[in-house]
Design a protein around this ligand. Structure first.
Ligand SMILES: [Zn+2]
Length: 209
């Protein structure tokens, strides 16, 4: 797919499927609004669209996508916090019951973090990826002599745990988790093997779901 014209043609097909009559998919979504119970934090990578890989329909998922599916810690300085604002809306307004941080193999953001492939001075990415610095440090300490594939995979998974920890720095998330009204999940989409893994807090491993 290489042209916006193809997207417009795609929209026509989507429209015929989704808006054709009163039973169509969007009829209830428009009439009653969105009530997703799950929020996914995914990566911008074009290969890992959460709704596509999890086979979801419109209205099923509240999705936040950013570089390397990172959740920043809660902070109140005068910056623009797109991810935090979306989290707030999903949790406080929509009252989602699950938050899934969905990482993936071959993540370009994690690659830049580990290999230092981003110029520091004029890059938004370098600053953004500092959120996952603890994951990089952990990987470099634990897997110094390992292959790049092993290190990248470990850092991609470790960054998911950093984001899960950061989620708990938002008071309105922590309270809901402690009250049992909200559950947090760390998932990893292995695009090389076609597998979905989930973090098991008991074994401290990512395991096939
Ligand atoms: Zn990515």
């Amino acid at each position: 797919m290489s042209s916006p014209k193809q997207l417009i043609e795609g929209f026509q097909r989507f429209r015929e499927r989704s808006f054709a009559d009163d039973d169509a998919q969007f009829h209830d979504l428009v009439q009653f609004g969105q009530t997703p119970s799950m929020l996914v934090v995914g990566c911008c990578d074009s290969r890992v669209d959460p709704a596509l890989i999890l086979d979801c329909a419109p209205g099923d998922l509240f999705v936040i996508r950013n570089v390397a599916n990172l959740v920043p810690p809660a902070e109140n300085q005068g910056h623009y916090h797109g991810t935090s604002a979306a989290l707030e809306f999903g949790v406080r307004n929509l009252a989602v019951q699950h938050i899934i941080v969905l990482g993936h193999a071959q993540c370009g953001g994690i690659h830049a973090l580990l290999e230092g492939g981003v110029a520091k001075d004029d890059s938004f990415i370098a600053e953004w990826m500092r959120i996952a610095d603890a994951a990089r440090e952990h990987t470099e300490q634990e897997l110094a002599g390992a292959s790049s594939e092993v290190r990248h995979r470990a850092c991609e998974q470790q960054a998911i745990l950093v984001s899960l920890n950061n989620l708990m720095t938002f008071s309105w998330i922590r309270e809901r988790v402690e009250q049992g009204r909200l559950a947090l999940h760390g998932w990893y989409f292995d695009i090389e093997r076609g597998e979905l893994l989930g973090y098991n807090a008991t074994t401290r491993q990512f395991e096939t779901l």
